[in-house]
Each structure stands twice: as structure tokens, then as C-alpha cells.
Design a protein around this ligand. Sequence first.
Ligand code: DMJ
Length: 465
Amino acid sequence: MSVESAGRIGRGLSRRGALVALAAGVLAATAGVAEASGVEGAQIRAEFLHAWNGYGQFAWGHDELTPLSGGYSEFFVPGRPIGLSIIEALDTLYVMELDTELAAAVAWIEQHLDFDIDGDFHVFEAIIRVVGGLLAGYLATDNKKLLALTVDLADRLMPAFASPTGMPYQYVNLHTGAVSGNTPPLAEIGTNILEFGMLSQLTKDPKYLEAAKKAYRAAIAKRSPINLMATNLNVETGVWADRTDLAPNPPSDSFYEYLWGGWALLGDRDCFDWFHLLNDALTRYEVETYRGRVWYRQVDFETGAVTGRRQSELASFWPEVLGHAGQLSLGRAYYETWTAILDKYPVLPEEIDYTTMTVTSKSNQFRPEYPNASFDLYLQTHDRYYATTAWQYFLGMRTHARVPNGYTIIDDVTTSPMRLGDLFPAYGFAENFKYLYLTFTETPRFDRADFYLSTEGKILRGLRR
Ligand code: DMJ
């Protein structure tokens, strides 16, 4: 497909229909209404299409849109696009019933996607974004080419797991198999079992799941006597490079998320036991109430001594894991902490020091973690508080991050108006709009009672054809 014709692929709601829906939504928001009525879902879908059409017009086939300049950038290797935004969007297009757009996306992948690239791919990002995206696309469409491409990429990534410990190197050259980066953080070591576990189930080849389990086992063996973990591990020697346990903040966050997921999606009993072992220690040593709010402080992994009191926005997904894992009241309290910050900053800053409530990182990279928690907690509890606050997030996002060519990151959320950056991260097509849409919309294409989404918002269980 040419760039010109691709630029016109996004349709769905007519412009007039979208305006009517937007007007209706303003009224609904004013009245404090927020539940699965369909009105909110139509607005969210219209905003997704606004972003998708910008990508289609200016960046089709490239990895990510730069909406202010009307251009694009590549994510993994300079000059070697893989259509990352297309891959990330597949199951979102499906659940939003954007079938014309989905057909164009799949056609692009069938005609253009080729992983024989002589360049270093970031293993963690390739797994959560690309392996996960293609897998979810396959589950949505039953298109065998998508599964074949998933297997091809996973096989090219497998050399990363051939370290002396079984924990993955950070980079693999997809053409030569050469590896590099020997001291990844925990998220990069553990965030693969869901995608690889599903791939083992679909291919009936256990090697992917076995590699993921071996990596987890090796890392968890390095926990301290009080069951805390530091952050970066050398995959060749198995020696920690630091001493701080900062979970559920990055770059440890999804290491813990995927332990729960290994149980919830794959039924892996080791993951269940490991999750509780480590999470009990986090709850004991890190959770504190500070000025009336619940936070996770940073601690020395051997002594439990406090080393820091900063909180990353990326930790705001964690309440949903707590809810699933039997700590709903702690999850709600931690979610309320983030809602209090959202009350002050309609787009959350990347990081704060909660002793002074000072913003220590003023940007927002179009982050999806807060509505991820809203979505999961709403579907777990049916408590309208989570839908209402998800809507609050949506209004902040639409007010401050919307630009003529789509949506964009924000460089400074503390200024008025907020200072914009020039990038629409591909995960925006996988996460923010999807969580919001599924919070407010009942569709026969998604099972609201039995689902599991990956850290990148890929629907690995719950798609209905
Ligand atoms: C996403 O790529 C994933 O959610 C990942 O686990 C960390 N966060 C980014 C988006 O903020």
C-alpha cells in the first residue's frame, strides 16, 4: 500500500458523528456520569481514530509518529522500520470493530514485515511490543502469517537466553544472533513468560516457556535472606550490580507483574509461589503511609533500610495486580494515591518525591499505567469510582495531549499550557485507548469476565471471534 492511500485508511465514525458523540460526552462528564453506556466508548474510539489517522497520514509503515513535525521515527534500529505502531494496534483495532483499518494493517504486515535485520534489537521491548502484538493480532484474526512471523521473531531472540545463567542479554542482532548488554534490570529479565508461554502453547514447542522459567528461576535465586531483590543483575556471573529494591517502580515493575501473570494466564504454580514470596516482602518493607497516603519506598535489599522516597508514574499500574492477588484494600489505597496526584496534575508527571510532593521528572510519555489500573479494578469490582476516575484521566489526556495530527507526549506537565513534546509512542495504540474503551464498552469481541492483558496491553486471553 502506498503512503498516500494509507493516509486515508482511518474512518469509522464520521466527523459529524464524532462531534455529536464529543458533545454528548461533555454533557455526560459534566453530570459526573461514567459507566458502560456506550457514549463514552464512542468518544474514546473517535479519539483513537484521530491518533490512528495521524499515524496513517504521516508515518504509515514507520515505527512511530512525530505529530508536531508531521514526521516519523524508528524505534529499534535507525533506518529500519518494522511498522511498530501497526503491530501494536492490531487487537485494539479488532475490539473497536475497526475492521477496514485492521485489514489494512494486516495487509501491510503480510507485504512488508521482515525480521531479517542486521541490527541490535532490544529484547524486552521486542517481546512485549512485537511478539506480544503479533500474538494478539493472531488471536484476533486467526491469520497464520501473523503466527509465523511471531515464531520467526521469537527464534531470532532466543540467543539472548543462552547466557551462562539463562537470564537474557539485553540486545540481539536479528540477523547474526550476536548478543550484548550483560546487566539488565529485573523487568528485562522477567517480562517474557506470558508471550513465550502463549507461544509454547500455540506451537506445542516448550522451548520458549522453558527459557522464560529458567530466567525467572535464576533471578529469584539471587533474592536476599529477607526476600528482597536489588535491581540489575549480571547475566553471566549472576552478581547484582546494585543494592536497591525499588519495585513496583521501574525498572523492576513488570518482573513482578509477570509473576502474577504466569499464574493467572498460564496456571504456573512456581510463579504463584514466587509472586507471594516477593510481594510479601515488598508489603512488609516498602509499603508505608506518608502524610495520609500509601506509597512504596525504596529499600536496601539485604537490610530493608530506607534508601529513597520517590514514586514513578509507571508504578501506577500496580493497584490492579494487588487487586487480583488478594490485596484489594491496599490496591485501592495506592490507586487513591495516584488519583490525588491526578487531581493536581491532569496529566501525571513521570516522577515525584512524595516527602515534599515535588515533581522530580516533569514529562509524561503518554503513559497508560493509571487507566490500566482503572480498567482492571473496575472490571474486578464494578465500583464506579474506577470508571469515574478513568474518565477523569481521559479528559486530562484529551485536553492536554491532543494535537491536530493526533496525540503527543508532554515535556512539562507543570506549565500552563503544558509544554508538548513531539512523539506518539506506539504503545499508545496498544494501551491507553484500549483500557479506556474496554472500561466503558461492552463488545461481543471481548470477554469482560475472563481476560488477561500483557504489560503492553495485548489481549492474551479474552478475545472472542
Ligand atoms: C509500556 O511499554 C509497558 O507498559 C511497559 O511495561 C512499561 N511501560 C510502557 C508504557 O509506559
